[in-house]
Design a protein around this ligand. Structure first.
Ligand SMILES: Cc1cc2nc3c(=O)[nH]c(=O)nc-3n(C[C@H](O)[C@H](O)[C@H](O)COP(=O)(O)OP(=O)(O)OC[C@H]3O[C@@H](n4cnc5c(N)ncnc54)[C@H](O)[C@@H]3O)c2cc1C
Length: 413
């Protein structure tokens, strides 16, 4: 790749920030301009549904770096600036304010946006989604006045919010269309554990139920009517039913898109002057037979690092191990590997103790692990799984995983 003098990063989220930082760490000397439509400097999203709601961290606490960092590193961050078109032929990014930015290379990290729920009442005041700082600030500030909350969708963000709200004494009901929580990502055993724990804290979980409409008075939400015909009172409703990747600008610019901007293992799109990564991109992943679009900090950060290396002329394919975490009240859930679908879920430890792991296998081959409040064991699982994929040798059998007396560390020697 020829020398890049002028790099534009579209998106000032986790990925935008990481690419700019990694490029400077790699010695990239060219101009870096970041363009983002949010008002804040780059910040971390994960705390927005966790410590930010409990008040343990504030706006400043979630910022990835203070303003001085960007000035010192010659990173020109344009906040509150929306990009409206990519002119791939002229290599220019057109902004809503009428300006256009020339680029030698454009890195797209536009992330994802929340799916909308197409029901009557979804636009009432007090019906929220939780993706960005503005939404998180609204929710945090209104929570002290909320008595009853309904969460639509028992995914990670919905349950993290539910646990935070319940800890404040709010009556919480979670409505989920599927048969169990977080079903896309975790085993039945782990789902059952979380259902039991949330229920014990007083959260009501309703599975295999939907929402027929959201009701309100004078423009404000007052409740949710379920498809099973019940009306559940609420002064706050949180919709957490998944996200859609922000791919429209790439699509209009003629770049290949398929539920995510398609990239190769170096984050290159079908346009040689444009790359994409993070939540908006679908990339090959050595842990999966088909390209994947992942929504995690690990994936975004590692893909940004991979792209930075390519842009400074040191291309290294993306091979990072996928991992993810969630915090729901006092429960810290960690996941490593891609465990869905699996045909065997082996329990290690006792769920009744509140700290255990589930090791998932398919056709006898270990795919990954889920752990609750068992950090050292989980970190060990990460090392073992990474080794399994680099050597190609099976590292762990179901019998070894199930035997708590078996020292997992011995497999590393
Ligand atoms: C509440 C919440 C909790 C989470 N918790 C966890 C967790 O516990 N663990 C974990 O691993 N991951 C978690 N995630 C996911 C993680 O935050 C994302 O995977 C990560 O932020 C993706 O980074 P990104 O740069 O691809 O996208 P984002 O961080 O979403 O950044 C994309 C940015 O691009 C901007 N943008 C889009 N289009 C345009 C445009 N046309 N013009 C200008 N700007 C534009 C967006 O507004 C946004 O600011 C959580 C996410 C949320 C919302």
């Amino acid at each position: 790749m020829s020398e890049i003098a002028n790099l534009v990063i579209l998106g000032t989220g986790q990925g935008g920030f990481q690419l700019a930082m990694s490029l400077r760490e790699e010695g990239f000397a060219g101009r870096i301009v970041m363009v983002g439509d949010e008002a804040s400097l780059p910040y971390q999203r994960p705390p927005l549904s966790k410590a930010f709601l409990s008040g343990a961290v504030d706006e400043e606490g979630v910022q990835l770096r203070p303003a001085a960092f960007f000035a010192e590193n010659r990173i020109d961050v344009r906040v509150s600036t929306r990009a409206v078109r990519i002119d791939a032929e002229q290599r220019r990014l057109l902004l809503e304010n009428g300006e256009s930015l020339a680029y030698d290379h454009l890195a797209i990290a536009t992330g994802a946006r929340n799916r909308l729920l197409p029901v009557i009442g979804a636009d009432l005041e007090g019906v929220m989604r939780l993706r960005d700082m503005a939404e998180a600030v609204y929710i945090r500030d209104v929570l002290p006045r909320v008595r009853r909350a309904v969460v639509i969708g028992a995914g990670f963000i919905g349950l993290e919010f539910a646990a935070s709200a319940r800890a404040k004494g709010i009556e919480v009901t979670v409505i989920e269309a599927g048969p169990r929580p977080m079903a896309r990502a975790i085993s039945q055993t782990m789902s059952d554990f979380f259902t039991a724990q949330h229920t014990a804290k007083g959260i009501t979980l309703r599975f295999q139920d939907g929402v027929s409409r959201i009701v309100g008075e004078a423009g404000r939400v007052t409740g949710v009517e379920t498809t099973s015909g019940e009306l559940i009172g609420a002064d706050l409703v949180l919709i957490g039913i998944g996200v859609l990747p922000n791919v429209e600008l790439a699509l209009e610019a003629g770049i290949a898109v398929q539920d995510g901007i398609l990239v190769d293992e170096f984050m290159a799109t079908s346009d040689p002057h444009i790359s994409a990564y993070g939540d908006c991109a679908r990339a090959p992943n050595r842990y999966s037979p088909a390209p994947l679009r992942l929504e995690s900090v690990q994936n975004t950060v590692d893909q940004a690092r991979c792209l930075a290396q390519r842009l400074v002329g040191k291309p290294t394919p993306y091979i990072a191990l996928p991992w993810f975490w969630s915090e729901q009240g006092s429960l810290k859930l960690q996941m490593v590997g891609l465990t869905t679908p699996h045909d065997e879920a082996v329990l290690r430890g006792d769920p009744a103790s509140g700290a255990f792991s589930v090791f998932c296998f398919r056709d006898g081959r270990w795919l990954g692990a889920e752990s609750v409040n068992r950090v050292p064991e989980h970190m060990l699982a990460r090392r073992l799984l990474a080794r399994q994929f680099s050597t190609g040798e099976a590292m762990l059998s179901p019998a070894q995983a199930a035997d708590v007396g078996f020292d997992l560390k011995s497999l590393l020697t």
